[in-house]
Design a binder for this molecule. Structure first.
Ligand code: AVJ
Length: 323
């Protein structure tokens, strides 16, 4: 049978622009300054992130793949899903393991990848429709924090949120997100959550400050995005990449540090921002978890039973939760 690809865009240029304008205005007028990590991911940023996943220092992708290789059939069987919804799907490279398993158990009908980067999303959608005969791909360009209510409500769904992207949400935002997601699920649906675990600080920091500078380029990419989209005049090369582990909050922080005093103009916002030499602007938090803590968060959000899959090295966890 024939595959089909449908693309739905909830982030038309207008919405994207408004959301970016709002975030940049909020972040650059705050003290200290900050920017949300979702703006890393234009086409160049998604490509840089793909390169990060292949770096020797960046273990999470390989660990999650190892878990999926070993347990995706079990996950597929327990979910019984005909519809796989994936939040923050990116290139969907790891997703093939889940799609293979759901094909093998015979239930797969629809794949719904959800991502902020329309170009990467469209590529992945076409590639997977070609690879899986008879699969309907309903790709949704959306912000998983803002648009949960717009996700498809039909079918028996497995909602996957992989890679540890949940760590980009600060605890309060995470609580809201998990509750809202729980509210969209019905009995029979399942939620598969991937999370990076607390570990040795040196390995954590190395994963976010690789020797070849790919993560530094990824970090600076947010400034290129703001220059292009809002006509700003950031000099990305005048910012140094900083990655540090905040042991109290158990999260990695990425920052951009101004190597000299600078004034930046953002004409589309009618805004000027000044940086003093050495000033640091936060661009990402990536929270690290303890399995029991994350299970408690799922319980608090109203999920019922949760199965846990930890990779043999203890670096990464997948949780399969039932509403
Ligand atoms: C895509 C959010 C899971 O936090 O590890 C990688 C993003 N940032 N290197 C992560 C990221 C720097 C990544 N997530």
């Amino acid at each position: 049978s024939q595959s089909a690809v449908h693309l739905v865009d909830h982030l038309g240029r207008d919405h994207l622009h408004q959301a970016l304008e709002h975030d940049v205005r909020t972040g650059l007028t705050s003290t200290p300054k900050w920017l949300p990590p979702k703006w890393f991911y234009d086409e160049a940023g998604s490509e840089l992130f793909s390169r990060i996943t292949r770096l020797p220092e960046y273990y999470p992708t390989r660990r999650e793949l190892a878990i999926l290789r070993r347990h995706s059939l079990d996950i597929a069987t327990r979910s019984g899903a005909d519809t796989l919804v994936e939040l923050g799907s990116g290139t969907s490279e790891k997703t093939v393991l889940l799609l293979d398993a759901l094909s093998a158990t015979g239930t797969l009908r629809v794949y719904t990848p959800v991502d902020v980067d329309a170009a990467t999303l469209a590529d992945a959608a076409h590639w997977l429709a070609w690879r899986y005969r008879g699969l309907t791909v309903r790709a949704i360009c959306a912000d998983f924090e803002a648009h949960l209510a717009l996700l498809p409500r039909t079918g028996r769904r497995l909602v996957a949120f992989l890679g540890g992207t949940v760590g980009n949400l600060a605890p309060a935002a995470r609580e809201v997100f998990l509750k809202e997601l729980r509210a969209t699920l019905r009995p029979g649906d399942t939620f598969l959550l991937g999370a990076d675990l607390v570990k040795d600080t040196d390995r954590l920091v190395a994963a976010y400050d690789d020797g070849s500078g790919v993560t530094a380029a990824f970090n600076r990419n947010v400034l290129h995005v703001i220059n292009r989209e809002l006509g700003a005049d950031f000099d990305p090369d005048a910012f140094e990449h900083v990655a540090l582990y905040d042991a109290r909050h158990e999260w990695i922080e990425m920052r951009l540090r101004a190597s000299r005093a600078m004034r930046v103009r953002i004409p589309d916002l009618g805004l000027r921002a000044s940086f003093v030499a050495g000033e640091e602007m936060r661009t990402e938090i990536s929270a690290k978890f303890r399995p029991e803590g994350l299970r408690r968060e799922l319980l608090t959000a109203g999920f019922g039973t949760t199965r846990q899959y930890i990779d043999p090295t203890g670096d990464f966890v997948l949780l399969l939760a039932h509403p």
